[in-house]
Design a protein around this ligand. Sequence first.
Ligand code: MG
Length: 261
Amino acid sequence: MVGCISFAYVVQQHRDGYRDTPILPGQKWHVHDPERPYPHEVTPANKLGDPPSDAIVLFDGKDMSHWAQSDSDNPVPAKWIVKNGCIEVKGGTGNLYSREKFGDCQLHIEWQEDKNVKGSGQGRGNSGVFLMGRYEIQVLDSYHAATYADGQAGAIYGQWPPLVNPQRKPGDWQVYDIVFKAPRFEGDRVVEPAYMTVFFNGVLIHDHQKLNGITGHRGVFPYEHTQPEERLAIQDHGPATPLHFRNIWVRKLKDYDQPEN
Ligand code: MG
């Protein structure tokens, strides 16, 4: 509420600016236009990585009510368990889906491989974060562990490896901050592809990268028509060493110049 009070205070103030300046190319606003809508205020978290005031918190360490075990309007209650303030993947129960749907968004999610993670290649603590249930940022132990580049941790799976590999050792917490731009359709035709910008432990690993289509294994898969918003999913890659998630929040992204009220 602090942000709302402060915003109201700001909009009532006199604004300086100019109307005798050029119109910005491709916009309807003058340079320094005092009539331009004032950006909404967001109160940032005290600790970087915690949710700001306009985030939808999907997991706060205890509450699983935002999740289901089905991509359905009749959700199957989540079977993955909450343990020590984390969600523990219960392999073999299927993917975990958010009950709410998202399109363009900023997603923060933290994950942890078991410090005694077992297996090799794609079998080494595999999970994944699926934007709109279709576009995967890979979760895997890739700390001094080999697999194909476009399948290692942080990869847009099967399409783009991360620019670099900033992964911490198993047992340490890893952080993804993902900016997702949803594809746009006219009928079934893609008129604008999806894009992702991703920070992995604070390091840029995808820079507004264009996606070829949906995620798949051993192939190139075209886009499939979706609604503007679809459920976020976390992958169940089958029984494996335990894998944990925590501190999950999303901000729905809107365009510039939102109305002030
Ligand atoms: Mg995966």
